[in-house]
Ligand binder design. Structure first.
Ligand SMILES: [Zn+2]
Length: 381
């Protein structure tokens, strides 16, 4: 059949406009308070979530990710690693051989929907919640809960005592609402693969021993009168309150030996650099700062303007991983890999951070674009 280009264009336009009329996104706003016990690597907190069902479906259940349960003996991640069907050379530690104090866990108690207790069922890293009353299209519920966790040794992406000695790399640390979208619930157990989150505002208050410097998604709300980079002193701890607007995840890291440098980026974006006070890496982390500002300019020009007023490059984790408004990178002794990883992770700030395609199901969309633009930018700076 001979189809004219105009007909094809009009058909695509028509299909596209029908699809966008039916397009919806769930919304979640978090208010989290967490108290860290840096001596035994445990934490406890509470969380209030306003969840809005913008879908066309009535929901009778919701699901939460409790990622740190992956780092326990018998977890799906542990079993997959031991049975050889998920070999990943980056997992240096055998989860099945961890001591109890090296394992991770995250548990939720007292979970309520609009002040009514709800039934839960825990399966590895997924908490299934049967709602007390169905969530109709367009309606919202408030979920409240208490949670307790233990930070595992760094096995994959998050944990304590990273390979370069960063104390806390707190990615995937809180009970996180699963995404529900046109492909249904995103409830795959965490076995080390990537993420898909619900958009919303995060208001997070972290209480931690006073000697720690905290790097975080979001903007620090109130600082110590004697030092604007620090949270407020409270007894032998400090309280760090961050607001991260319109993001789909919240990550932080903390170490007593972090140096925190600020470098002014294009359009008034504050670039933060957090790295350990280690003579072997300081020079490289200083030299990285003007290059990151150039990378930001390159991406602004070639992809689109970065929509937040802050981005942080933070030493931590086990390699390089992108999160909302920050990246955790485990580099510094060699300059070129430090720049390459920063370029790649900063490119993710657009593809994972803003476009936020489902990395679990369609990893190529985010990873492919970040790899292409990350490499391209690196060749220009
Ligand atoms: Zn990547």
């Amino acid at each position: 059949m001979n189809i004219s280009p105009l007909f094809l264009f009009l058909s695509l336009f028509f299909i596209n406009s029908i699809q966008s009329q039916n397009y919806w996104q769930q919304e979640v706003d978090y208010k989290i308070t967490v108290d860290i016990n840096a001596k035994n690597n445990s934490y406890k907190g509470d969380q209030e979530i306003i969840y809005t069902n913008n879908s066309l479906d009535t929901l009778n259940k919701v699901f939460f990710h409790l990622y740190f349960n992956a780092f326990r003996k018998g977890s799906d991640m542990a079993v997959r690693l031991n049975n050889g069907d998920d070999i990943n050379t980056r997992f240096d530690l055998d989860i099945s051989k961890l001591k109890p104090e090296e394992e991770g866990f995250l548990g939720v108690t007292n979970l309520k929907q609009d002040n009514v207790n709800v039934e839960t069922y825990l399966s590895d890293t997924i908490l299934e919640v049967t709602l007390a009353s169905p969530l109709l299209p367009g309606s919202s519920s408030v979920f409240t809960m208490d949670f307790k966790g233990q930070v595992p040794v760094t096995i994959r992406r998050a944990g304590r005592d990273s390979p370069m000695g960063v104390k806390f790399s707190m990615a995937q640390w809180y009970p996180k609402m699963s995404e529900y979208d046109y492909e249904g619930w995103n409830t795959a157990p965490y076995t080390g693969r990537e993420f898909h989150g619900v958009w919303g505002d995060f208001d997070v208050t972290i209480k931690i021993d006073e000697e720690y410097i905290v790097a975080s998604s979001g903007y620090l709300q109130e600082s110590d009168p004697s030092n604007f980079k620090l949270g407020i002193k409270s007894g032998k701890k400090r309280i760090w309150n961050f607001l991260a607007p319109k993001v789909h995840d919240f990550t932080w890291a903390a170490d007593p030996d972090y140096i925190h440098d600020i470098y002014e980026g294009a359009n008034g974006v504050q670039l933060n650099f957090y790295y350990k006070n280690d003579p072997e890496i300081i020079e490289n982390w200083k030299a990285l700062q003007p290059i990151t500002a150039e990378l930001l300019k390159f991406f602004n020009k070639n992809i689109g303007t970065y929509p937040y007023k802050q981005y942080s490059v933070v030493q931590g984790g086990d390699g390089g991983m992108e999160y909302s408004m920050l990246t955790l990178v485990n580099y510094g002794k060699d300059f070129v890999p430090l720049v390459s990883v920063t370029s790649h992770e900063l490119a993710h700030a657009w593809f994972q951070g803003v476009l936020a395609t489902n990395e679990m199901n369609h990893e190529w969309m985010d990873e492919g674009s970040a790899s292409f633009f990350g490499d391209l930018a690196e060749s220009f700076v």
